[in-house]
Design a protein around this ligand. Structure first.
Ligand code: HDE
Length: 680
């Protein structure tokens, strides 16, 4: 069911305008006779200043851009709803978490971090996962990432970190990449980054789709119930489609083939009715257990291993509606970690504290003044009543004669929401006792920078470890200064000696002499190898066909795979049709990297087609499932693949083939193939 009529959509409807078929007018509503020629003295003469339409049109154009976000500039968003499974009143008074019958409207924006607005989607980077809940008690923003930890512990380091990872200041190179000297120089000097470096060098930084990645609130937050009791909480989003990644070589090629890969994927899936879904999970820690762990809950470079505190599923998020206008909605949406509602509060995590300053501050410059909460996408569905007036772009016409409190002239309005001492429904800050010396220092409980980086490494499957080593070799291979590489190797040696040695070997540098012994602990929940792989829903399968293809048979296979939720596209040497099948794209105009799997519906002609052979080899190199009907055997032979892992057919057919192929596709990637020999 499309969520057309929630409170937020009803509110937005009043702001949506359709220029329709009316006459062209100026911004003042004056009809314009001609927008193709400026007003001139004679047909070849100078343009006149009095041409107000021409001046307005150019002025508006000159002012079309607002500053892009200083980080997370590139993104894509969608509307949907959140619904809790059961009341969480035991932990929180947040209305939207206590009423299972309530669907709270949301807007979610996914993003990359380092690149500019126009950078490619598939880069090695963290992904933002920011959710605005339009609750009846006001807007709540959960501004998270697809990785559960962060680069730094204290917000005062954020400008340093961002300056280091962004393009270098002298030549603004490289775009949307961490593979350069300044980032790794920062890494070698700031060991708290090492846990996050492990995540960013892993496949988590290459999500197959925004719809197939986890989300995390990162910080420890606090839920507060009606008795004022606090419970520490970590927020987790889990995608129903599973957590899946691309491979590095593929990522590089997608950047050229489709720089909008993730954005398009989100848009198309929602347009087609395949609404992405996540489950919200909570890790709950009673206040009295604050010091139970060998790390500090306030340290955003640490996870709470799921084996210590399980993730309890509490609700679901569904995205079911694309925005109507990218700028008005996705670009102007303004998230802020301090947008909380009664029942959700902060902790003293020094990173979170800094964010609570930074997000409001950044919107003032980005959106041009203090009234940005009145922009339709940002406006709460809850009533806004206060004495804040004036400033750039005030859209409301406040009619009261007073704008101060207390007052008698307006009967004391707007007045505190506390009626007869009843505090329910108003935001009350959690009452925490804090004592301490005013001091500019990091807590000793924040000093262990390596144990969880090692935990992450130990938890990886063999192929995940291989990918991390390859990623580090690539990144450090792009660093020019030997001293920086050596400094990073020394840091890696504190995570795991073998890891440091493998990276050093690739770089042709000596392995660090001093290594820290590995503690040997692991957390299986961290490995993507342990994530469910039980569906082919929305996986894109390229069906390679040609004029001689038995299209009746291919059509049946396509129908059977689509029945399981896959999306099949027919790729052929030419456009138009082959037999009874419509060709989605001709071979020379597409690439295997845009698909999750390949079905060889024909061989003969295709076996002699370089594009087709390359397509199959490249898909194999990237670990994708390959299915071949008997007629496809010649193409399979021409591709000369070294190995059969994830290759189905051509000897089996019918239902057995469909089931076996679907299983291979659901596995997502077959990483243990020997691909070094594949010339693609
Ligand atoms: Fe952000 N971050 N951040 N960040 N962040 C911004 O806000 C900042 C941090 C995250 O789709 C900015 O509106 C500081 C952690 C997301 O619009 C800015 C610190 C996490 C988005 C800002 C952090 C995030 C942002 C830029 C360290 C994961 C995109 C434009 C103290 C939990 C939201 C803007 C969107 C955006 C500051 C650290 C996630 C400048 C100072 C940790 C998903 O305000």
């Amino acid at each position: 069911m499309k969520n057309m009529d929630d409170d937020k959509q009803r509110q937005l409807a009043a702001d949506r305008v359709d220029p329709g078929s009316g006459p062209l007018t100026t911004d003042q509503g004056v009809p314009v006779d001609d927008t193709d020629n400026s007003l001139k003295v004679g047909e070849r003469g100078p343009t006149l200043l009095e041409d107000f339409h021409f001046r307005e049109k150019l002025t508006r154009f000159d002012h079309e851009r607002i500053p892009e976000r200083v980080v997370h500039a590139r993104g894509a968003g969608a509307y949907g709803y959140f619904q809790v499974y059961r009341s969480l009143a035991e932990y929180t008074v947040a209305d939207f978490l206590c009423d299972p019958s309530l669907r709270t409207p949301v807007f979610v924006r996914f993003s990359t971090v380092a690149g500019s607005r126009g950078s490619a989607d598939t880069v090695r980077d963290v992904r933002g996962f920011a959710t605005k809940f339009y609750t009846r008690q006001g807007n709540y923003d959960l501004v998270g990432n697809n990785m559960p930890v962060f680069f730094i512990q204290d917000g005062v380091k954020f400008p340093d970190f961002v300056h280091a990872v962004k393009p270098e200041p002298h030549n603004e190179i490289p775009q949307a990449q961490s593979a350069h000297d300044t980032f790794w120089d920062f890494v070698q000097l700031q060991p708290e980054i090492m846990h996050m470096v492990m995540w960013v060098m892993s496949d988590r930084a290459l999500p197959r789709s925004y719809r197939m990645m986890q989300g995390f609130g990162v910080h420890t937050f606090r839920l507060v119930n009606s008795e004022g009791r606090g419970t520490f909480v970590k927020f987790h989003w889990r995608p129903l489609l599973g957590t899946h990644s691309l491979v590095w070589d593929e990522v590089l090629r997608i950047q050229g083939n489709d720089p909008d890969f993730n954005r398009r994927d989100l848009w198309e899936s929602i347009e087609s009715g395949a609404y992405p879904e996540w489950e919200l999970g909570l890790q709950l820690v009673p206040e009295e257990d604050e010091h139970r762990f060998d790390f500090d809950l306030l340290d955003a470079t640490k996870i709470i291993p799921e084996e210590l505190v399980p993730v309890t599923p509490v609700g679901r998020l569904v995205l079911d509606r694309n925005p109507h206008n990218f700028f008005a909605e996705t670009e102007q949406v303004a998230f802020h970690t301090a947008n909380v509602v009664p029942g959700i509060d902060f902790t003293n995590d020094p990173l979170l504290q800094a964010r609570n300053f930074s997000y409001l501050d950044t919107q003032l410059i980005r959106l041009g003044g203090p009234n940005f909460a009145q922009i339709p996408i940002n406006r709460p569905v809850a009533a806004v009543t206060n004495n804040q007036r004036d400033g750039y772009h005030q859209h409301m016409i406040h009619e009261s004669t007073t704008s101060y409190a207390p007052n008698t002239i307006s009967g004391g309005c707007p007045m505190s929401g506390v009626v007869n001492g009843d505090l329910r429904g108003v935001f009350q800050h959690y009452q925490e006792r804090v004592d301490g010396q005013v001091i500019r220092r990091r807590s000793p409980s924040f000093q262990d920078h390596y144990s969880q980086a090692t935990l992450f490494w130990n938890s990886m499957a063999g192929w995940e470890k291989r990918h991390i080593v390859e990623a580090l070799r690539f990144e450090l291979g792009h660093v020019e200064r030997r001293s920086v590489k050596e400094g990073v190797l020394e840091q890696l040696a504190h995570v795991d000696g073998d890891l440091a040695r493998q990276v050093a070997e690739g770089l042709g540098l000596p392995a660090p002499a001093v290594t820290t012994p590995n503690h040997g602990r692991s957390s299986p929940a961290l490995s993507q190898a342990n994530a469910p792989r039980d569906t082919i829903a929305t996986r894109k399968i390229a069906v390679l066909a040609a004029d001689a293809t038995d299209t009746a048979q291919a059509g049946e296979l396509i129908a059977a795979l689509e029945e399981k939720g896959a999306i099949c596209e027919v790729i052929a040497p030419h456009g138009g049709t082959v037999g009874t099948l419509d060709v989605t794209r001709q071979l020379s105009a597409t690439s295997s990297v845009l698909y999750d799997a390949v079905l060889l519906a024909d061989g003969g002609e295709l076996a002699g087609n370089g594009h087709a052979v390359h397509f199959v080899r490249e898909a194999f190199k990237h670990g994708k499932a390959i299915g071949a009907v008997p007629r496809g055997e010649a193409l399979l032979d021409a591709a000369a693949l070294p190995g059969q892992q994830g290759v189905v057919g051509p000897k089996i057919s019918g239902d057995g083939f469909v089931e076996a192929f679907a299983e291979a596709v659901a596995a997502h990637r077959h990483y243990d193939r020997d691909v070094d020999l594949v010339p693609a």
